[in-house]
Design a protein around this ligand. Sequence first.
Ligand code: PMP
Length: 314
Amino acid sequence: MTEKRHPKYLLMNGELVLYDDARVHVLTTALKYGATVFEGLRAYWNEDQGELYGFRLREHFQRLVESLRICRMPSPRDVDGYVADLVRLMRANDLRENLHIRVSAYVDDDDGGLSSVGPISIAMAAMPMSRYFEKDGLDVQISSWTRISDTTMPPRVKAASNYHNSRLALLQARTDGYDSAILLSADGNVTEGPGAALFMLRGDRLITPTVTSGVLESITRDSIMVLAPELGLEVQEREVDRTELYVADELFVCGSAAEVTPVLSVDRIPVGSGAAGPRTQAIRAAYLSAVRGETPDTHGWLTPVFAGVPVRAT
Ligand code: PMP
């Protein structure tokens, strides 16, 4: 078990704050009623180029703005403002390694009521992170918990409170001896994992549930839909049945933190040969090359953080 490390600074409402001083009041509405939306992003250190690349920062902050909008919470910044703040934070910490970034936007009044929507505070943390799953491939369980839906707790909103649904599924899976879970919708269609989107290969077709099937609009999912055709794979968005997972040739989950992680079995039924499939491995390699800046950034996905200039906090 490696010791957890943390950066010197976090950013709270645009101000650099020492890690131990980044606090909220215990009565804040964010804590009492779960009035928090957030983003999880990554930045990758490229040793050869001496550069740290933020991955699709604009798309993540656009999704944050959309989450706030749906929750009727005013956004204190526009997308460019959030990007500039995050770059400033990463420069201030001067961490030259892979990072996982959490940006939270929350109702920050002490003792606010149920309808309280302000003031909104923004907290940003860029933490050292190497891997998300302990294993290279996952044994997953179809959860007996149903995925939240657009009519109740919209999964399109990246709300902290939505993750209660994810936690129930994940904790059940872990208790039952699995690595993770896949949740079905109330209609019985496949949705996603507790914190990752899902793709299935059947024949030469790469298939993923639609964005209206009760899933988060995953940025990694979108990236894979761009990269897969470049590898000669046809991508299809459609409803997916549970039993299709049992007969899929390959299966993987993906997300900013999860990257591309093969699923090796579903309900103890091996996926294909039971080992990571060749096309999953090819997609994973293409994704990792893109995020690390090892292939030319033809899609405009990367933000160079240091841009060759070593900047240190004063
Ligand atoms: N679905 C859920 C429920 C998630 O928590 C995540 C991780 N943010 C994803 C999908 C993947 O989204 P993204 O690719 O934007 O990180």
